[in-house]
Write a protein that binds this ligand. Sequence first.
Ligand SMILES: [Zn+2]
Length: 310
Amino acid sequence: MTNESQRARLLLARQRISWPAAKAGYEALGRIRSKSVLIDGFYVKVQYNPARIISSGAVTDAQYVRSRPCFLCSANMSPEQEALPIYPGYTMLCNPYPIFPEHFTLPSLRHTEQRIDGTFADFIRMARMLSGFTLFYNGPRSGASAPDHLHFQAVTGLYMPVDNDALLYREKPFAGDSRGTISLLAGYRRAGFVIEAETEESCRTLFGHIYNVLPLPEGDAEPRMNIFCRYDANRWITTVMPRIQHRPRQYYAEGSDHILAAPGAADMGGVFITSLEEDYEKITPDILCDIYGQVAFDDARLRILAQKIK
Ligand SMILES: [Zn+2]
């Protein structure tokens, strides 16, 4: 465990005592219900986590976001919330509404838009510093509940199924350089690119190849995606899942068809969050496949992008 990972764990231990919101949040996490759902031979952990209504029900339209006090700006934080300086330009905070046994937010010290272009190096450097954790990124229109304030998240490593699945089920590499490779994660209902790189430079270059071929929807500031990164056995393992849209049809449906699902990186990584008990009961393999099919790329679309990288 790195020194920074140790400091992060101590921060959480302190905040669970000193900050009532974190104490309550982690106690609530201890009482949540969860079930494993098998789709196509892969498990998804479905979690009923009522506190997460704050995120799945979150309004993220531009007008609302401009009008609310930003919860990632230090000026608006509760006095009990402790900010750990961990990497230049960023700080580490405990998330008081955890999905994971350890759940941190890594916001920029500046109130600046959520973007991966220009910040990917920060993301992977922090992933290396925080070994034992998985870092993830929610694009501004792919699950970020603060699209106006640059942030990453760090969570318990190997808790999301994708952490293991990416390495178990990736195909043979189709592109790369002398220090890294890109392969496809296919047959997984949410297709992705898996970068394995021994050097920071290789990781950045290969991510750049992927970024450059992703479609940019009209009116969006960057291609839609979720990114997962962890550093293990002297290499970065980075999974990029392109997104079609944030919310599935069920989110807007009325009556029994309605599900309050707003998938972000956790859901794409295989920890599917429901904040209403009736939704939790409702989730079946078919519904999960249907939702992933609406918000993620399928294998065929990903292979077309891969052709452009080769
Ligand atoms: Zn802010």
